[in-house]
Design a binder for this molecule. Sequence first.
Ligand SMILES: Cc1cc2nc3c(=O)[nH]c(=O)nc-3n(C[C@H](O)[C@H](O)[C@H](O)COP(=O)(O)O)c2cc1C
Length: 138
Amino acid sequence: MGNLRRIFYVSRADASLDGVTVKNIVLKAQRTNRQMDVTGVLAHSGRHFAQVLEGAEDKLAVLTAKIKQDKRHTDVTVLFDDPISRRDYGDWSMGFLYDANLCDEIEKALSDSTHQSHDRDGALARKIFLHISDLARP
Ligand SMILES: Cc1cc2nc3c(=O)[nH]c(=O)nc-3n(C[C@H](O)[C@H](O)[C@H](O)COP(=O)(O)O)c2cc1C
């Protein structure tokens, strides 16, 4: 197994996306990720996605290339891509949570990255990441 990494990105969900499509994304992700030993969580704000992906570097490279090309979302913006020594979501091939309160934070992260006005110290990225961890482990 290659080096373990964690990738965290945010994106804008396609406007026509419905609950059935989101559910299908999660079911497919759970199946495929289990085979690749990828773990993580997908958060949906209603208008955005935020996803944590943990796994071997080579597996994540293939998976994130596919995810970036997926037409069901746009503006995929990677907020972290770091080596890790242990997983946060080791029990979840792909957890899922919904929280409309994520909308404002994710929108700000996306617009900061468009305007290059950046979250240079990564404070907003960490805030969104921790918000999701809190929801995932109440
Ligand atoms: C927001 C979002 C998150 C996704 N997460 C995963 C994932 O964790 N694992 C996965 O296999 N596919 C995920 N997908 C689906 C992939 O983009 C792609 O459709 C899938 O890997 C199918 O690949 P295939 O063409 O090899 O069948 C996600 C799609 C979206 C829109």
